[in-house]
Structures are given as C-alpha cells and as structure tokens.
Design a protein around this ligand. Structure first.
Ligand code: ACM
Length: 552
C-alpha cells in the first residue's frame, strides 16, 4: 500500500518541480507536496489530505502542562525564520478553537505521536514529551525548508499541508557517536551535531571523549588529564604508514578540552532536544593521554610515551592495580555528576595485552586474583566499573571486547566487530547496541572512486549500505531480539580534521540510518528513500550541513 501511494506521489513530486519554476502561484502547493512526502524518517502511517494550515504570528499553541517545555522549544526554534513570537496557552478550555493543540493522552507508544493537520488547526497527541517533540519536528518538516533558516526569507508563506500521521520509533536507541579525541570539536559544533540528530528523531549522542591522542574532559580531581593529556605536539597526516620512516607530520600542536561548565551546557542543550548524551571514558586501553599525565598508572612505568601522534592501536594500557581502579572510579564519579545518562560507556576496545604479558608483577596479579589470562584480567577491571556504576544506579556499556574474559553482570554491549558480539550478548540476556563496522562506520568511504573523496580511514559504506542495515539479526529469537536496543553511527575522526568534514561523512548517511532505526522494516525501499531525500537536502542546505552530494 505504501509503495503504491509513494510511487504515485513521487511522479507528482517531479512533475511539480518543473512547474514550480514557471508558475509562481503553484509554488505554495509545490512546497507543501514536497515536504509532505519527504518527512524523514518516514512515519509509520501518513495520509495526505486536501488543504493546508496557515501558521501566522497569531497562532496560539494550547498545550498540556507536561508539554510546555517542548512547546517553548518550538516557539524559539521558529521565531527567527518566521519573525513570529507565538503565544503558549494552557490547553484547558480551548478544545474547540484553532491553533496548535498539544494533548497528553495515555496509551500511545513511547516517543510516538499522532498528528492531524486540517485547514482549521493542528492537533497533536502524545503520551510523553519526546512524542510531542517529534510531532513538532514533523510539523517543521512539513513547513517550507526556510523554517530552518535564522532570518525570515521574504515571501515565505508558512503553510502546513493537511495530513494525518501516526508515528512511533522502531527502536529506543537511535544514535550517533562522535570522536572528539582524535580531532577536537568545538562545543558549538557539538551542539549543531546534536541538533541535527534531533531533527532526524535520533536520541543518543555517544561522546567519545578520551583516547590515546587526547583527553577532552576536565576532571577536577586529576587536573593533569587536561593540562597534559589534552594536547599532542603534532599529528600524522596523509595515509597511514606502518613504516615509521615514511610517516609525515604536520608539526602543529593539537589541543582542546571541555570544561565541566561546557559539558553541562551541551548536556542541557541535548536534553532540550530529547537527546541523551552517553559519555565514553576509555579503559583499560586507549589511555596513552592518561599515562602521559599520570605515568604511575602505566603497565610500562619505565617508558614515557607522550600523547600519541599517529593513528592505530597503542600498546599502552593501564596497570590493573587497585590504584588504577580507584583512579578510574574517581573519574567516573565526576562524570556521573555531569551526565544524567542511564548508560556510561567505558570503552574496553582494542586493549593490547602485550604489556600485561611482559610485566611479571601483572602476571603475579592475574594469578593471585585466580584469573586465567589477560582477557580475564580485563574483565576483572571492567567488572570493578560495573559494580561501581550499578551501585550508582547507572549501567555500564562497552565495546564488544568486554565479552572476551566474561561479561560483567549488568553490562550492555556495543557490537562493532560485526554482529557476533551483539548476538552472543543478546543470547545471554544482555542488552545490545549494534554498531558494526560494515554498515555504521561513517568514517568509511562513500564512493569506490576514492580519488574523488577526502582521505578516509578506509572501508566502503555508501548510502545504500547504510540504508540496508538491519539491526536485528535473524539468528535471534523474538525474546532475544528484545535485547537489541537499536543501533548507532560511528564517526571516528582520525582522518576527519574539521567539522565540515564531519558533516560530509555523517550526512546523508545519518538520514538513512535514522530511517532504519525509526521506521517500520517492511516499508524500507532505497529508491523511494533516495527520491524523498532530494527535497530533504533543501532542509540540510538551510541548516548549513556540508553533506556529501548524491551520486547521479
Ligand atoms: C572501535 O572501532 N575500536 C570501537
């Protein structure tokens, strides 16, 4: 049914486009038709009706008290492009009037909404704030793309096509990660990145704050983490070279970190847009910046490695002593005061075990703790964090290597080396976020013609691969599949030196992933998606997103 409806409309869209250039009066209807057919991600059910609602400076938003904050966000967001300062009123007593009505009703799915637009009014129902927020994001998409600008565009009429929409997400975890350790992103850009997630109904921002090449979060108890760990003296440029003699460096210091006030600002900004910020503090590997600042935590205290200047996996790893456990728990204690997220990510990936193998004291510790090998040693370390976080009412999440020496009791697994780790975790009753390199690593190339693309990590994940991703593997029973919370994109920044390039790598692939995570599986159709993406790009243009152009 969907495909018939959409293919008819697709034809209409392209015909209308050619008319629009010539016939001024047709422009309103054109814009309305285009926006109605390109709500991204696609709603579960959408029927286009005749007519349109005209938003004006006199439109009143009648809201249930629970949705007042969401209504306020909407009024602020549309104030600059429209020049309107809409009034927000209480819902009571206004049931029959025109305007926008936000009603709270029980029984709708979490984050879901119903949206009915007629020429007289806009009716929104939701059972939670996220649902009301997403309904208003849909309303924005139904408006002309100029709604995303920051100053009025002359001659724009703010009409919303009449539609009836019922919508709710397929998965609760719809995310994107950003590595700010390899290349630092300003607080302002992080907010823009979060804002773009919210506009695509994505709700998790995984903030990769620490790594070998930089520590980016101020920790009051350990000031040297940022004093020493947030700068590297120079950075390898060009393609990766395994032969050190062939490596080329830029000779420039690369620095950056967020103060705790910066973090609070970003977290509040995200919360206002229904995005949970999941911080990642890497351990026991990916800690060369930590060891530069606090060498006493190293498994090789005789060696001073500095903050890493190249890409790839560092051999440096925390010494798994009680002092290292205490240090990392103290770091997490401050992290918990900043991030209300139920999940705290502790990394756990790519922790090379050579230094543990070669250190007799660490071998003795493995024996004295009754552990079998270095993998169990890592699991022991991660379990100390799990116990600590569980006692604070939070949940540990880590990359799938945390499975290797036995999974901590309350851990959630983020499966990046394919889906196998996620499958194993789900089968043993643990929650899982799918993040496989094959489909969700947006640091991979978007074209086979690499010469025409910016230098990237490698790989090949074009738009249609991102769109084809299926987070629930067929080998899971329906009961096990409930442990798949969802999925997320990874944007590792070794080869992404600035925010324009982050956007180039993330978009439009994140639009595709948003539809994978939000919309019903049965309705997925790449060629239809691609058609709908064309008018959506006008929104990204207005939002100043440096997306990769579509292949012809
Ligand atoms: C990873 O890509 N090392 C999680």
């Amino acid at each position: 049914m969907y495909s018939t409806m959409y293919s008819i409309l697709t034809v209409r869209v392209s015909r209308v486009v050619s008319f629009a250039l010539a016939v001024c009066s047709a422009q309103l209807a054109t814009t309305a038709t285009l926006s109605a057919q390109s709500v991204m991600p696609r709603p579960i059910r959408q029927e286009t009706r005749t007519g349109q609602y005209l938003l004006t400076g006199r439109t009143v938003i009648h809201t249930a008290p629970a949705f007042r904050r969401v209504a306020t966000r909407f009024v602020r967001d549309i104030a600059d492009p429209t020049g309107f300062d809409l009034t927000i009123a209480n819902a009571s007593g206004a049931a029959a009037s025109g305007g926008i009505h936000l009603r709270r009703v029980a029984g709708l799915p979490r984050e879901g909404y119903k949206l009915d637009v007629t020429s007289a009014r806009i009716d929104i129902q939701a059972s939670d704030s996220a649902g009301a927020f997403y309904a208003l994001e849909t309303v924005k998409q139904l408006l002309p793309p100029a709604i995303y600008r920051t100053a009025p565009v002359a001659g724009t009429t703010w009409s919303v096509p009449a539609v009836s929409i019922e919508d709710a997400p397929r998965f609760p975890w719809r995310g994107a990660h950003l590595d700010v350790a390899r290349h630092f992103s300003s607080k302002g850009f992080v907010k823009k990145y979060i804002d773009l997630l919210a506009r695509h109904k994505l709700n998790r921002f995984h903030w990769h704050l620490t790594d070998d090449q930089g520590w980016r979060i101020a920790i009051a108890q350990y000031p040297k983490l940022t004093e020493m760990g947030s700068c590297r003296e120079q950075t390898m440029v060009g393609p990766y070279q395994s032969d050190p003699a062939k490596r080329v460096f830029d000779g420039k210091r690369h620095c950056g970190f967020y103060t705790q006030d910066d973090i609070r600002e970003v977290v509040a900004y995200a919360a206002d847009r229904m995005v949970t910020v999941v911080p990642e503090i890497e351990m026991p590997g990916h800690v060369q910046s930590v060891i530069h600042a606090y060498p006493e935590l190293s498994s090789r205290p005789d060696s001073a490695p500095g903050v890493l200047q190249i890409w790839g996996v560092s051999p440096f790893i925390l010494n798994p002593t009680d002092a290292s456990v205490q240090f990392m728990q103290n770091v997490l204690r401050e992290v918990l005061t900043l991030f209300p997220s139920p999940w705290i990510h502790v990394g756990g990936d790519e922790a090379t075990k050579e230094q543990w193998k070669n250190n007799p004291q660490i071998q003795e510790r493995i024996r004295s703790l009754g552990l079998k090998d270095e993998h169990e040693m890592q699991s022991w370390f991660i379990k100390q964090m799990d116990t600590f976080l569980t006692a604070q009412n939070r949940r540990l999440i880590g990359w799938d290597e945390i499975l290797e020496g036995g999974l901590a009791p309350n851990a959630t697994v983020m499966s990046w080396r394919g889906m196998a780790g996620g499958i194993a975790a789900a089968k043993s009753g643990h929650d899982v976020v799918m993040a496989p390199g094959s489909h969700t690593y947006f640091d991979h190339y978007q074209s086979r013609d690499k010469a025409r693309e910016p230098l990237a990590f490698g790989g090949f994940t074009p738009l249609d691969s991102a769109y084809a991703f299926e987070p629930v593997p067929p080998s899971l029973t329906p009961e096990e599949a409930k442990h798949v919370l969802g999925a997320q994109a990874q944007v590792w920044t070794e080869y992404i030196p600035n925010s324009r390039q982050v956007e180039y790598m993330a978009y439009p692939r994140l639009v595709a992933l948003s539809e994978v995570l939000w919309s019903p599986r049965a309705a997925r159709d790449f060629s239809d998606f691609r058609t709908r993406l064309v008018p959506h790009l006008a929104r990204l243009d207005a939002l100043d997103v440096n997306y990769r152009p579509l292949d012809r």
